[in-house]
Design a binder for this molecule. Structure first.
Ligand SMILES: [Zn+2]
Length: 500
């Protein structure tokens, strides 16, 4: 009988902005302890448990903690230490009871705290220190993970999601669980290598659908996985809004007791990814150009302000587009999401039908702009709750906190109290908004907007605006630790590093 300890700490962080991720950020999304975790059927942990059920005669899952949060600013040290302590305490108890044969962790790979820029590396190291070298540690990751030497050193197998938009958390959970089963049965002696190319790009051209530059990298990785001498492969497009040394994307190879082969294939995959670098930079528009183009074409027109993406850790509180949309007057309708707790609270205090003066925007992460004073009519108030239909949080509840829809000229401003991840536009029906009636829809994410709005719009214009999650990383104030890297150093003699 094998006992496998499972836990999750899944959050993506941003060094350039966003609202700090505190323990309440996890509690709003998912914060489960003990046996509650074993009831999960969806997501990565649902995938783990499905595999364990197939092996119920010799696998017993032990649950630690499952903490996941909407992407945001850095995790507060106190929140990380609390989650880590819960996880390690459970692990220590299992070890003392002589009930620990493996550890399976659902991580993101791009989390950072106030004190640590490699939170997952720290956590994996702490787990390794408790369990020793003989207990296998497998972790599942987002394909936007920042893979570090510490993560490689202190784990036996890492596998990442294969899709972006992310549709395969459950399947990736199954792959991770199968890896630890294979190790415990003696069928896999993992040897792992990461090939890393220093490419820092936004996610606009990073889909795994179709035949774009990252899709090709993923296909190449999966071709390698089909080889009989390769156990598993993962491709990475690093979340570029960390400011950490030696960031990049590429490929991770797991072989069965063949380190040399893992190294060679990881290098080849990262070199292939490096060759795609120019295609990963997007075509961008200024605000005025996007609006003028939109006015000359049938709507709805989707204006993509990816620089303020809650799903990449931004606060979602930008109103950079509001003056231009207001200037179109009351007859041109637009939809603009803005996270602004104070304004939403004021609307709830005033009540539906009220007309009031509000300061909107840039109140959570003020370095990217100033609030705008407007006269607003409160059209609708809600508790901000909605349900995801697909993706990482399929069938889970999202929670914007007290929310309000206000009209400012022709603009419907959707005021939320807390940032939420955007998957398929589930927030809008929950707010009573029919986006198909709008001329302009402002989408604040770099990828999922297509899925959310392709049923009603064929025109997507990506803006070159400033913020903590911009479409191009070129202007972000990184420390020098990230260099050399694309796009600043487009030509390098030997760009790829191999970590094992
Ligand atoms: Zn991701």
């Amino acid at each position: 009988m094998h006992h496998i300890y499972i836990s999750a700490l899944l959050v993506e962080c941003n060094h350039f902005g966003g609202i700090p991720t505190d323990i309440d950020s996890f509690r709003r999304t998912q914060y489960l302890l003990g046996d509650e975790i074993l009831k999960l059927t969806e997501g990565t942990i649902g995938g783990y448990l499905d595999v364990f059920k197939q092996h119920a005669f010799d696998i017993v899952p032990l649950a630690g903690i499952a903490a996941t949060a909407c992407p945001g600013g850095l995790v507060q040290d106190s929140a990380y230490l609390q989650i880590k302590a819960n996880l390690i305490d459970g692990l220590t108890a299992a070890l003392k009871a002589d009930r620990l044969d493996g550890v399976l962790l659902a991580l993101h790979g791009s989390a950072a705290s106030e004190s640590l820029c490699d939170l997952e590396g720290d956590l994996l190291q702490a787990v390794r220190q408790v369990v020793g070298e003989d207990v296998p540690i497998v972790a599942t990751l987002d394909l936007h993970a920042h893979i570090t030497p510490q993560m490689i050193e202190h784990s036996d197998v890492l596998v990442a999601w294969e899709t972006y938009p992310h549709r395969d958390a459950h399947e990736t959970g199954m792959r991770g669980a199968q890896a630890i089963v294979d190790i415990l049965r003696g069928d896999l002696k993992p040897t792992m290598s990461m090939g890393l190319a220093p490419v820092l790009v936004g996610a606009i051209n990073g889909t795994t659908d179709g035949n774009g530059p990252f899709a090709r990298t993923m296909h190449r990785a999966k071709q390698l996985e089909a080889r009989p001498d390769v156990y598993s492969t993962s491709a990475f497009l690093v979340h570029p809004y960390l400011d950490a040394p030696q960031m990049g994307g590429g490929g991770l190879i797991v072989t069965n007791d063949d380190q040399e082969l893992a190294d060679q294939l990881a290098r080849e995959l990262a070199e292939f990814y490096w060759e795609q670098r120019f295609l990963l930079e997007p075509e961008l528009f200024g605000v005025d150009d996007a609006i003028q183009f939109g006015l000359a074409n049938d709507g709805p027109i989707v204006i993509v302000e990816t620089a303020d993406c809650c799903g990449g850790g931004a606060a979602g509180d930008s109103v950079q587009l509001l003056p231009a949309l207001m200037a179109l007057g009351p007859d041109v309708s637009s939809v603009l999401p803005v996270v602004d707790r104070a304004a939403a609270t004021k609307c709830h205090q005033a009540g539906e039908g009220s007309i009031l003066t509000l300061e909107i925007g840039h109140q959570h992460d003020p370095k990217w702009g100033d609030p705008i004073r407007v006269e607003a009519e409160v059209l609708r108030l809600t508790d901000g709750r909605f349900t995801y239909s697909g993706g990482i949080w399929d069938r889970c509840e999202g929670n914007m906190g007290p929310a309000a829809v206000v009209r400012v000229e022709g603009v419907l401003v959707c005021l939320a109290s807390f940032p939420t991840y955007e998957w398929c536009g589930e927030q809008y029906p929950a707010l009573g908004i029919d986006v198909t009636q709008a001329k302009f829809i402002v989408a604040k994410n770099p990828m999922n907007y297509r899925m959310a709005f392709e049923h009603c719009s064929q025109v997507f214009m990506v803006l070159d605006t400033r913020g903590p999650t911009p479409a191009t990383c070129r202007h972000l104030p990184y420390s020098q630790a990230v260099r050399p890297a694309f796009p600043w150093d487009p030509e390098l003699d030997s760009p790829v590093r191999v970590i094992h």
